[in-house]
Structure formats: structure tokens, C-alpha cells
Design a protein around this ligand. Structure first.
Ligand code: C2E
Ligand code: CA
Ligand code: CA
Length: 589
């Protein structure tokens, strides 16, 4: 009989494996049967076998060798094929592994029982060579297809996070058994967000595929690694974890230097300019590395360590690699646990808004309130915004959180408007990432348009440094907001560039002077001079001035003298809940 060429690629196209590269485990107490079956399969092109003559050790062999299929004899002394089937189907990792039963038993009830226990297929001994090979092939093709859907990333064709965890576990066990060293690398592209934002997702996807190819290329012919073994040739050790981050598993390394050499090579490859859709694009990468046995013998911990090291080097400017240390890990694991909790915070309803009054310096009447975000995960523990907002920014979670804040703040204002209180303004803090987000303007517009609130009562607070990153873009965006009727404020003025030159060019209405100036107000006369100059210049530009963090009567007195417009601070009130604040609001006259 003639069957299709087995050299033809089937199933796992992307990993570059053919069906005959897959590993077949044979469990049979008769060596002659094993020998014969193996010979048939070898004729067909298969070449990776695991032979188990002692059925009691089947599971151990499976864990060690990670087969793709099992050919299992049913009737054996001591441990039967049924027992093994039962065990395998309970095993968390192998419960879906294809098992073909080879047996001389022709009893229909045996056949039914085996199928009931989860056998994939059934072959009667003595086996017909062609039938054996075709059934094995078809079963493997089906397995490869379903594996592909579960374990591979469709964009790059690389194995995904699932597969990575699986492989790490397996590789680490092997390294422990044979006294080998291994390294886990976390590769993240620096500023890939920007590639996405500037060139669009379609081009960004092409860039990602090229990067994946470059990393593959960089590790393909590294002779210090794995000595050209099959896994390395097949690129099976590179994984796409999510978005723009990859992981690399380096087995059998000769010390940490090997890992460093590989990392260096990858960074160099990625740094080279690349072209997508006719554009020149520059990408850089940060790599974190954790090694066994130096750092840890635990998979989870190795991954955390590599990821902390990556965060560390990325925050230091990226385009480089970093080995993990416990110090770095401490620094970043806290951050990551915040990230994990933050992801669920909105749906778990853990945010609330507080409001701090903005008060008229002359009359002490509340002119408006600033919304300040509060987060209480698991009820009692309170995490300050200075800690979680940077994490929300880095992870992009600020987009949904920012939208939540806008909605909440505006509906709060609507609620107050329906009462006997006089209309007040509401200031909302924006973070850099929100402001840079192309969709942000339309999000704000939609929420404002959908509410009954007069846009002139809404102020957006933006920090100077944020505006200075891209002044032209900032001016354009600010103008859009102004056309919508919103008021714009510069927050924390004086901590960044503090230049009046550019301030006159920005379409803003309000200047909030940073607390650090107010603290020093009563200390020496030089500060009073600086402060009054700021107020004077701001007034000339037509800006409303607001002093932040006023805590003492003496500070307020200074503000009166230099005719600052408004102030905020503990002197008048701490940030308050909506109910507390409502009591302070001026009533309609
Ligand atoms: P910020 O915008 O400068 O807010 C003023 C901070 O000063 C608030 O801290 C407020 O509680 C505190 N404060 C007010 N009066 C006094 C005072 O008299 N003395 C002292 N020592 N502090 C005073 P908070 O609420 O911890 O917020 C810290 C920062 O977190 C804010 O600085 C802002 O940058 C950010 N943030 C807070 N809420 C949000 C938000 O909803 N969105 C965004 N993007 N950032 C927010
Ligand atoms: Ca603010
Ligand atoms: Ca401020």
C-alpha cells in the first residue's frame, strides 16, 4: 500500500516540526512487540521513541520525556493498560495526550472499557504495519492541530504563554535531574506603544513578526547553546507571552556568560532599523534574565525574577539586559502585585472619589472641588494614588480607570446640581498616558455630551512635564478641549520647566502652584518674592492662580497680600467624601 509522504509538513507548520519529529512512547511488556512496532514506524520516518517495558514506570518516563503519543498494551503483568490509562487521564499535564491501545485482546468489553477510560484509538495485535502508521499519523495530526490552537500565538506562530509555562516546568525538572544550568529570559520591547500609536496596529503587527524572526535568528546558530539539538533548531524555546513581550528558555547553558552573550546578541539584532509598510522603524529591547540554579529552583520564582530584572532595566532606559537579584525583585514584585489587584479594581468596585474644596482667598467661599482618586483593595488596606497611578499608567490601566473617574465625577456634579447648592466647578486630574491617548478627546466629549453638566464647570488638570513632551501635540489637544468648553489647568506648577515663555503659548486658564512653594512661603522673603512674581505674571497672562497645600493661617495671609485667587489645603479642608463635602457647599442665593 502506498501512503502520503510523511516528510510533508503536517500540522505544526510554524514550529517547523514535521509529524515524524514527534515523540512516540511505547509501553509493552514484550520487547519483541516493541521492537517490531518500532521498526514499522521507523520505516515510515519516525525516529524519536521512548520504550517502556516496565509498565509501573510509565508515568515517570512520561514526565521525563514528554511524549506526543502513547502506544499502550492492555494486558501486562502487575500494572495493566487500564491502570495506566486511568492514571494518565488524571494527570494534569497528560490528560489530553493521545493514547492508542495495541492489544491482542479481542473481547468487546475490554475495548469498550478502554475507550470509556479515554483511549484515543484501538488497534488489534498483530498489527498491520500500514494501518498502524496511518492511525498514528492521523492521531498526531489531530493532536498537533488542537495543540496549535491552544499553544501557539497566531500572529508570530510562536508558542504562547501556556506552552512556555509547560516547557519551563519540564526543562527545570530535567536540569535538576541532570545537574544542568538553565536561564529564563524576559524580552520586552521598549516603547512599543509608540510604534502602535504612530504606525497603527497593522504595521506594528508586522514589526512584531520581524522582531520574532530576528530573535529566532539570533539564537539559531549560537554554538554555546544546546549544541544544535533539535529543540533549538526548531526554535521551540522562544515564546510570545503577550503584546510586545517574549520569553526565551535557554537550556544546558555553560554558566551565566552564555546567557549574557545571547541577550547581547538579541538586543543588537532588535536595535537594527527595520522596515514595515515602507517606513523605517526603530525598536529597542530590555531583557531580564534569571538562572537556575544560581537564582532559584522554582519555576514561578524564576519567571518573577526575570520579569523584575526586565522592569528594572526598562525603567533605567532599556536597550540593555539585566540579571536578576533579590533587591531588584523586591522592588518590582510589590509593583506587580499592585498591578494584579489593580486589574480587578474597577469591577470589584474598589475605587472611590474624594473631593477637596478650592476656595476663594478673599471670601473663603468654595469655588469648586478637585477630585482625588482613592483605592481600597480588600476593604481596609488603603493604597495612595502616588503608588498605584504610576502602575496604572505603565500598564495602560489608566485608560479604563480614567474613564471611570470622568463618569463618576461628572455624575456627582449632576447630582449636586439637582440640589439647593450653588453651582461649583469640578477639577479632574489627568495623567500623561491619558492625555497622549488618541482616543482620549472623543472619550471626554462623549461623556460630557451625554451629561447635563455645563462644560464650563469642568476643569482638566495637566502637569507641565506632560505638556512639554510634545508641545505641538499638546497645544492641538488643549485647543480641542477648550472648544468643547472645558477649563484647563496646569498642575504642580513650578516643579517642572516653570517657564513663562512657553506658558504664554499654551491655551490654558488656570495655574496651580505647587505645594513646595507654599511650604517655603513663611520661611524667607526671597520665596515670597518668587511667589508674588509668579502670581503677577500669571495674572498678566489672564490665568486664575490657585495655591496648593495651604496648611496655616500665616500662609493664607501671604496669599491675600499677593492676591492669589484661590487656595486648597488642609487649612480649609482635607479631601472629603461626597456626603461630607455636600454639607460644606454654598447654597443657592
Ligand atoms: P495632586 O493633583 O497635586 O493632588 C494634591 C495632593 O495633595 C493630594 O494628594 C491631596 O490630598 C494633597 N493635599 C491637599 N492639601 C494638602 C495639604 O494641605 N498638605 C499636604 N501635605 N497635602 C495636601 P493625593 O490625593 O494623595 O494625590 C496625590 C497625587 O496623585 C495627586 O497630586 C495626583 O497627581 C494623583 N492623583 C490623585 N487622584 C488622581 C486622579 O483621579 N487621576 C490622576 N491621573 N491622578 C490622580
Ligand atoms: Ca491636581
Ligand atoms: Ca498638584
Amino acid at each position: 500500500m502506498k501512503y502520503n509522504s510523511v516528510k510533508e509538513e503536517q500540522g505544526s507548520r510554524h514550529s517547523g516540526r514535521t509529524i515524524t519529529d514527534l515523540k512516540i512512547m511505547m509501553v509493552d511488556d514484550e520487547p519483541t512487540t516493541i521492537g517490531m512496532v518500532k521498526a514499522y514506524l521507523e520505516d515510515f520516518g519516525y525516529r524519536r521513541f521512548v520504550q517502556v517495558e516496565d509498565p509501573a514506570r510509565s508515568l515517570q518516563f512520561m514526565e521525563e520525556s514528554n511524549p506526543d503519543i502513547i502506544l499502550l498494551d492492555l494486558i501486562m503483568p502487575d500494572v495493566s493498560g487500564f491502570d495506566i490509562l486511568l492514571e494518565v487521564r488524571k494527570h494534569p499535564k497528560f490528560n489530553r495526550l493521545p493514547i492508542i491501545i495495541l492489544t491482542s485482546s479481542i473481547k468487546p468489553e475490554d475495548k469498550l472499557r478502554a475507550l470509556d477510560l479515554g483511549a484515543t484509538d484501538f488497534l488489534a495485535k498483530p498489527v498491520d504495519p500500514s494501518e498502524l502508521c496511518l492511525r498514528v499519523r492521523n492521531t498526531l495530526v489531530a493532536k498537533e492541530y488542537s495543540d496549535h490552537l491552544t499553544f501557539y500565538d497566531t500572529l508570530t506562530g510562536l508558542p504562547n504563554r501556556h506552552m512556555f509555562l509547560d516547557r519551563c516546568e519540564w526543562a527545570l525538572n530535567k536540569a535538576k535531574r541532570y545537574g544542568e544550568q538553565l536561564a529564563v529570559m524576559n524580552i520586552a520591547l521598549d516603547n512599543f506603544d509608540r510604534v502602535n500609536a504612530t504606525f497603527g496596529t497593522r504595521t506594528a503587527d508586522k514589526v512584531l513578526c520581524q522582531i520574532a524572526d530576528r530573535i529566532r535568528g539570533a539564537i539559531r546558530n549560537v554554538d554555546i547553546l544546546g549544541h544544535g539539538t533539535q529543540e533549538y533548531e526548531a526554535g521551540m524555546n522562544l515564546f510570545r507571552i503577550e503584546g510586545s513581550s517574549f520569553s526565551l528558555l535557554l537550556e544546558r547553558i555553560h554558566g551565566e556568560e552564555s546567557a549574557a552573550i545571547v541577550a547581547e546578541r538579541i538586543i543588537r539584532e532588535i536595535r537594527k532599523p527595520l522596515q514595515a509598510d515602507g517606513k523605517d522603524i526603530y525598536v529597542k529591547a530590555s531583557i531580564g534574565i534569571a538562572t537556575y540554579p544560581t537564582e532559584s529552583d522554582d519555576v514561578e520564582l524564576l519567571l518573577t525574577l526575570a520579569s523584575s530584572a526586565m522592569d528594572y532595566i526598562k525603567n533605567k532606559g532599556g536597550d540593555s539586559f539585566q540579571f536578576s537579584t533579590s533587591t531588584i525583585n523586591e522592588l518590582y514584585s510589590n509593583r506587580r502585585s499592585i498591578e494584579t489587584m489593580l486589574r480587578k479594581a474597577i469591577e470589584k468596585d474598589e475605587f472611590i472619589l474624594q473631593f477637596q474644596p478650592k476656595v476663594d482667598v478673599g471670601t473663603n467661599v468654595i469655588k469648586g472641588v478637585e477630585t482625588l482618586l482613592r483605592w481600597r483593595p480588600d476593604d481596609n488596606k488603603f493604597i495612595p494614588p502616588d503608588v498605584f497611578i504610576p502602575v496604572a499608567e505603565e500598564t495602560g490601566l489608566i485608560t479604563p480607570i480614567g474613564e471611570w473617574i470622568l463618569n463618576k465625577a461628572i455624575s456627582q456634579l449632576e447630582e449636586w446640581n439637582e440640589t439647593e447648592t450653588a453651582p461649583i466647578g469640578m477639577s479632574i486630574n489627568l495623567s500623561a498616558r491619558q492625555f497622549q491617548n488618541k482616543e482620549f478627546f472623543s472619550i471626554v466629549k462623549r461623556i460630557v455630551d451625554g451629561s447635563s453638566v455645563d462644560p464650563r464647570l469642568l476643569t482638566l488638570e495637566i502637569t507641565e512635564s506632560l505638556l512639554m513632551e510634545d508641545v505641538d501635540h499638546a497645544i492641538k489637544t488643549l485647543k480641542q478641549f477648550r472648544e468643547l468648553g472645558l477649563i484647563l489647568a496646569i498642575d504642580d506648577f513650578g516643579t517642572g520647566y516653570s517657564s513663562f515663555n512657553y506658558l504664554s503659548e499654551l491655551p490654558v486658564d488656570e495655574l496651580k502652584i505647587d505645594r513646595s512653594f507654599i511650604v517655603n512661603l513663611s520661611r524667607d522673603s526671597k520665596n515670597v518674592k518668587i511667589f508674588s512674581t509668579i502670581i503677577y505674571l500669571a495674572r498678566n497672562l489672564g490665568l486664575t492662580t490657585v495655591a496648593e497645600g495651604v496648611e496655616t493661617e500665616a500662609q493664607l495671609q501671604h496669599l491675600r497680600e499677593i492676591r492669589c485667587d484661590q487656595y486648597q489645603g488642609f487649612l480649609f479642608s482635607q479631601p472629603l467624601t461626597d456626603i461630607e463635602l455636600y454639607k460644606l457647599l454654598p447654597r443657592k442665593t
